[in-house]
Each structure stands twice: as structure tokens, then as C-alpha cells.
Design a protein around this ligand. Structure first.
Ligand code: URA
Length: 231
């Protein structure tokens, strides 16, 4: 069974900094196999540690699905206003490494956003090589021409100032001014910019699926933890 220093366990999982761990241990907040710990540098099996009477939170890592509401940004920059990290437990942002979003959605975009502290998953799910399908429900300022279906499916949509055309995207017209679009890449403002190439404006944008992950009945602003896939 692998052993870790108590101060490292506390800081890795976002409870406190390594220097604060001494205070937590002194205050009797940490037990190992039922006995109050005295030495923050002791190497112990993580599974035997309780902090304030609770097992260490998600030692296998955080993977969470957030229903991103409108009006929050995916950046941590306070100048950009309220962000998604205010909607999830603060301790997850204090983990080492901290949680981050798997790609970004614009401030006004709603829907499925994955959040994790596992860099390999971020890499895997954002890399164009892995072609993770993302499904968007889009409201446009006017009805699109049906020729857009073939145009999006071709490799002929060029975004301004980009060296490569967009990879083929699946477009379905779902109602008046409404379409669904499925992308296998995730360029900056990609959906809005793809429609803009044809003079169309996106009025609202909602991501209903990311890979196999769907919101189901999760309300806006709420999150649920997901099992960690093998990394
Ligand atoms: N495409 C956009 O234009 N915005 C998003 O938030 C996501 C995809």
C-alpha cells in the first residue's frame, strides 16, 4: 500500500497548505487508522486517513459535470466577472493541481462543461486529434439556407485569419431559426464564427452533449460528480 506524508495529503486534496498542516494535526483534526496523528510529516496509507472524521475527498481525482448557466466565465480572472469556479466547492480550486474546465464556453453559452484536476483528461478531451463530438443547440437571427448543411459538412468553412479550414461539422435544421450542430474540434468562438462566415448571428448557444456526457435533468448552475475514467 503506498504511503504519503500527511501534510502532502492535506495540501494535494485542497484542505490547507503544507505549512498549515501542522496546525490541523495539532488541533487533532487528522486521524490515521483511528488514532490522532501527531506528526504532519509521517508517511501513512491514504485510505486510513480521516480529516474531521471524513475520508479524504476523491483521492482518485475530481471529474464533475457542470450545467453552465449564462453570465459566468470559464476564466479565473476576477476582472471578467463571476466565474464557474464560484459554482463548485472552493476546496477543489485549492487542490494541487487545482481543477480546471475541459475547454471553455463563452460567457453567454450554457450547457455541459466538464471540470477536472486530471490534466491527462483535459488534454485528451480538448485535443483535435481525439475528435470528441460536441453537440450544440443554436438559435439564429434568421432561417439558414439549406445549403449550409452541405457547406458545414465539407471542409470548406474558413474562419478569418485561420490557416486551416474547419473540420466537417454536422448541421441539422430543427425549427424556425433553430439548428443543431455537431463539431469535432473546439476553436475559439467556433460556432458563432462558423455561422458568421455566412452572415448569420447566433442569438443563443447551448451545449447539450460533450462526448458521451449529457446534462440529463441537471438544472443550470448545478453540478454532479462523475466516476474517473482510466487515465
Ligand atoms: N462556440 C462558440 O462560439 N461559443 C462557445 O461557447 C462554444 C462554441
Amino acid at each position: 500500500m503506498s504511503r504519503f506524508r500527511i501534510d502532502q495529503i492535506l495540501s494535494r486534496h485542497g484542505y490547507c497548505s503544507r505549512s498549515e498542516a501542522r496546525g490541523w494535526v495539532r488541533a487533532g483534526r487528522v486521524t490515521v487508522d483511528g488514532t490522532q496523528s501527531k506528526d504532519p510529516t509521517a508517511r501513512v496509507p491514504l485510505a486510513q486517513v480521516l480529516i474531521d472524521g471524513e475520508p479524504v475527498e476523491r483521492p482518485e481525482g475530481i471529474l464533475c459535470l457542470l450545467h453552465k448557466p449564462p453570465g459566468v466565465v470559464c476564466s479565473r480572472d476576477k476582472r471578467e466577472g463571476p466565474n464557474i469556479f464560484g459554482l463548485i466547492p472552493e476546496r477543489w480550486s485549492q487542490r494541487n493541481p487545482p481543477v480546471t474546465s475541459v475547454g471553455r464556453l463563452d460567457k453567454d453559452t450554457t450547457g455541459v462543461l466538464l471540470i477536472t484536476d486530471e490534466g491527462t483528461l483535459v488534454q485528451r478531451w480538448t485535443s483535435p486529434r481525439h475528435k470528441v463530438p460536441k453537440l450544440y443547440d443554436v438559435v439564429l437571427n434568421r432561417d439558414p439556407d439549406r445549403s449550409l448543411i452541405d457547406l458545414f459538412a465539407s471542409s470548406q468553412v474558413w474562419l478569418p485569419d485561420e490557416a486551416e479550414p474547419c473540420l466537417p461539422a454536422r448541421l441539422e435544421i430543427t425549427g424556425p431559426c433553430r439548428v443543431q450542430v455537431e463539431l469535432i474540434e473546439g476553436r475559439f468562438h467556433q460556432v458563432k464564427r462558423m455561422f458568421a462566415t455566412e452572415g448569420l448571428e447566433v442569438i443563443s448557444l447551448h451545449r447539450s452533449r460533450f462526448g458521451d456526457f449529457e446534462l440529463k435533468d441537471l438544472p443550470p448552475g448545478e453540478w454532479r460528480l462523475l466516476p474517473m475514467p482510466p487515465v
